[in-house]
Design a protein around this ligand. Structure first.
Ligand code: B1M
Length: 211
């Protein structure tokens, strides 16, 4: 099988949730010297895109989505060390979390990994983070930047109260926001310093904000 064929096979394995096979083929791709970013974009995320469409069209249900997510996560574990490799001096400290009411963490984890790979010290505070959680973690770690992720139109509204809380406390730390329902206009409206369309964009935005 060529690397291209293996990448489409990997996408299929994510869709069908075969995590052990997905892990195996991911390792094979790495052994074939396939770039981890290509494995992520053209294999894992391609599969997840289809899962999302089928989920929306009621052709897939929560348990199937969860096994697909597990396949993605298991394969991510294989490529993560490569994305993080290289001795890079820390460019700054970043806290990242998914907002209150939202359990989606796959995209947030990818952003966290890419930021680590790009040289940031990343503190992942998990999912369902409310105003107090973000503020407590800020006080503990004093980061240079805070990242918030939201995947639901019903939870994206939980971003502004966090930013407002920091403003009310006169804390001037920049926020980057992202996630499927978020766009630049929304980010501007809620007073975020930056918006990341995807993980790569999030890193670029962080670089610009902290330059
Ligand atoms: Co959910 N879900 N889900 N789900 N789920 C979506 C988001 C949905 C679009 C599916 C659909 O209808 N097509 C839909 C939202 C509709 C809407 O609000 N407009 C939806 C729904 C409705 C729900 C439930 C309400 C379903 C239900 O129970 N009836 C429920 C809500 C639970 C809750 O949070 N309270 C729910 C539950 C779940 C699962 C638990 C089953 C599972 C999550 C597992 C997990 O994350 N551990 C799940 C999944 C997997 C999905 C889909 C299929 C995939 C999401 C994903 O991981 N994508 C999703 C459909 C879709 O998006 N295609 C869907 C891959 C990931 C790499 O992309 O997260 O977009 P993404 O991250 C990208 C960018 O957005 C960006 O960079 C990432 C990498 O490029 N990004 C940032 C993300 N965060 C960023 C932060 C940044 C910068 C960039 O700066 C800090």
């Amino acid at each position: 099988m060529t690397s291209r064929e293996k990448l489409s096979e990997l996408a299929q394995l994510v869709i069908t949730g075969k995590h052990l096979d997905a892990q195996k083929i991911t390792q094979e791709l790495i052994d074939d010297k396939c770039d981890p970013q290509t494995i992520l974009n053209d294999g894992l995320m391609k599969g997840m895109e289809v899962v999302g469409q089928r989920f929306r069209d009621n052709q897939m249900y929560v348990p199937q989505v969860l096994v697909a997510a597990r396949a993605m996560k298991t394969s991510m574990k294989v490529i993560e060390p490569l994305m993080l490799s290289g001795e890079i001096k820390s460019k700054g400290k970043v806290i990242i979390g998914t907002v209150k009411g939202d359990v989606h963490d796959i995209g947030k984890n990818i952003v966290a990994t890419m930021m680590q790979g790009a040289g940031y010290e990343v503190i992942d505070i998990g999912t369902g983070c409310d105003v107090n959680k973000f503020y407590q973690e800020y006080e503990t770690h004093k980061p240079d930047l805070i990242g918030m992720s939201a995947l639901l139109t019903t939870t994206m509204v939980n971003m502004k109260p966090v930013i407002d809380h920091f403003k009310n406390k006169n804390v001037n730390v920049p926020f980057i926001v992202g996630g499927a329902p978020i766009n630049k206009k929304f980010a501007d409206e809620i007073g975020a310093a930056g918006y990341g369309r995807d993980a790569y964009d999030a890193v670029k935005t962080a670089d610009q904000l902290l330059a």
